[in-house]
Design a protein around this ligand. Structure first.
Ligand code: SAM
Length: 181
């Protein structure tokens, strides 16, 4: 039997590691900084605005990966997936309301699966204060924290207006990893 490893877990050739990214927008943020699927991985991107998938980045990935990459319209508070459909969920800068969404993440994740929340570092304390009670209630435990530098493509200035940085702009960014069960 052919065995391969994803993270710390071993899979055989018929097992698939399924990843769901919620609210990616115009390109995947999976593994921020560069999209790559390993053997045995499948990736589903879900966004409430399907027109966000009409970009060159998404077209290129569909060409490159075929059926292993899917883009789906859906609401993170009521997801169009069966229970226990995914091994990994990513919510990067698209969190919404803990009360509605932790319940759904718990439903679509397999036991032992992980959810990764990404945010600019200044937002971590506020996120944890709001989300930890719901995550704990639904059986999630904080497993790790990764600090990176994230390239900001647009933002809201002090004057409240949208701005696009002229030079590459990097900000401290945190990824919190919670495991179910
Ligand atoms: C601020 S952008 C974040 C984009 C990207 N993940 C990032 O890290 O920069 C929020 C994204 O979440 C999507 N979104 C907003 N509400 C949603 C919902 N209820 N369900 C699914 N996606 C949603 C938006 O359409 C948008 O693409």
């Amino acid at each position: 039997m052919c065995l391969f490893k994803v993270g710390k877990k071993w899979y055989n050739a018929v097992m698939v590691h399924r990843i769901l990214e919620i609210g990616p927008d115009d390109r995947p943020r999976h593994d921020i900084g560069g999209f790559k699927l390993d053997e045995g991985q499948e990736y589903v991107a879900m966004d409430i605005r399907p027109e966000r998938f009409d970009t060159a980045e998404w077209a290129k990935l569909r060409m490159e990966y075929g059926d292993k990459v899917k883009t789906v319209m859906g609401d993170r508070a009521n997801m169009p997936f069966e229970s226990s459909a995914f091994d990994e969920v990513l919510m990067l800068g698209s969190h919404g309301y803990a009360k509605n969404e932790v319940k759904e993440i718990e439903r679509v994740l397999k036991n032992g699966g992980t959810v990764k929340f990404g945010m600019l570092a200044f937002g971590v304390q506020r996120f944890l204060a709001e989300w930890t009670p719901y995550l704990t209630h639904h059986g999630f435990n904080l497993e790790g924290k990764k600090e990176i530098q994230y390239q900001v493509h647009e933002g809201i200035g002090d004057d409240g207006k949208l701005y696009i940085p002229k030079e590459p702009l990097f900000e401290p960014y945190t990824i919190l990893v919670f495991r179910k069960g």
